[in-house]
Design a protein around this ligand. Structure first.
Ligand code: FDA
Length: 306
């Protein structure tokens, strides 16, 4: 499986492979398995459906590694507009931003200014902003950005990846801020110098970090489709009464639907990450790499034209 995963990551960098996917994904419909659509309206429609099915949402406008101030400003404005739409339409949900989409890699100060703008807008509308964690070379700057904004505003949370060796230290550093932490396994291709190479090690670290999050002043968001991790979270909560009642499960749009339904039926708080926008290819490729079997529905759609 890791070999197939590496192969998909490698193919993601080859235009001959990605161009047909980018060209046909929305038209043939296979991209819609993981992406709500290309417009904000598509995202809001999916959010309304998920709310009606008892799930909260986190809206994410797709895009990453923006290298132009005007584009970053435009992304910021679009997040502010999304927050207004969430409020106006009474959507039960928040948003998630990617720092590199707001200029983190080329202008960190500017990125902080834009992040503050989004967080203040969210605050004015009694809403919340989560920050995605991206590839490892951006983690230092992302943690710094998060700390700076969190010191001024309570309505910001951060994703932390269990595949990184450093994540335990990051949590210890952030603990005093009592932040909302979205615990994920990690979706990027990382070298063994920074990340556990084996799935078993990533899972073990997930368990360790999850235990840290519960009962240590954090506000935990357990973001996974791994039933073993989900069952362990349920067990921790059963055995440790009096934990922060705001804790929640999170899952990705289009992944683990039967598990989503089960958690809602059981009365757990579940938030679904709803991505939308035209820049969906890198996100889509990460979803394919997580489960190489996903390649089959893409190949079938392209070959049969539907
Ligand atoms: P694991 O990979 O072990 O999968 C468990 C089971 O879930 C699989 O056996 C399969 O059945 C199912 N599954 C998982 N992925 C699937 C897929 N793509 N298609 C079909 N089935 C699938 N990452 C990151 O680096 N930074 C971030 O900010 C975020 N943000 C984020 C938000 C939310 C709400 C979630 C749920 C996840 C993320 N991630 C993320 C992604 C995360 O790091 C990870 O890559 C995926 O969640 C897959 O890992 P699992 O925890 O599901 O476990």
């Amino acid at each position: 499986m890791p070999i197939l995963r590496d192969l998909i990551f490698w193919l993601s960098t080859k235009k001959a492979f990605t161009n047909p996917i980018a060209r046909t994904g929305m038209r043939l419909g296979f991209a819609k398995r993981f992406i709500a659509g290309e417009t904000m309206e598509d995202g809001l429609r999916a959010a309304a459906e998920l709310n009606a099915a008892g799930r909260l949402v986190i809206m994410n406008r797709l895009g990453e590694f923006v290298s132009d101030r005007r584009e970053a400003e435009e992304v910021c404005a679009s997040y502010c507009q999304m927050l207004q739409e969430i409020s106006r339409r009474k959507v039960n949900g928040s948003i998630s931003i990617k720092p590199t989409q707001l200029g983190l890699t080329f202008a960190p100060e500017f990125c902080r200014e834009l992040t503050l703008r989004v967080v203040r807008q969210a605050g004015a509308l009694s809403n919340f902003v989560e920050v995605d964690m991206e590839s490892s070379e951006t983690v230092d700057a992302t943690v710094e950005l998060f700390e700076a904004v969190r010191r001024q505003h309570e309505n910001i949370g951060l994703a932390v990846q269990s595949y990184l060796y450093r994540s335990e230290k990051d949590l210890l550093r952030l603990k005093a801020l009592h932040p909302k932490i979205r615990l994920v396994k990690g979706a990027y291709r990382e070298p063994a110098s920074v990340a556990y190479p084996k799935k078993r090690q990533v899972d073990e670290n997930y368990v360790k970090l999850m235990r840290m999050l519960f009962g240590n002043g954090f506000w935990p968001a357990i973001a996974t489709h791994d039933e073993k991790m989900i069952n362990l979270a349920k067990q921790i909560v059963r055995e440790q009464p009096g934990l922060d009642a705001r804790w929640e499960f999170q899952m990705i749009y289009g992944v683990g639907r039967p598990l989503q339904e089960k958690l809602v039926r059981e009365g757990y708080r579940l938030r679904i990450y709803v991505p939308y926008g035209t820049e969906w290819l890198p996100y889509f490729m990460r979803r394919l790499s997580e489960r190489p079997a996903n390649m089959w529905f893409v190949a079938k759609s392209i070959l049969t034209g539907g």
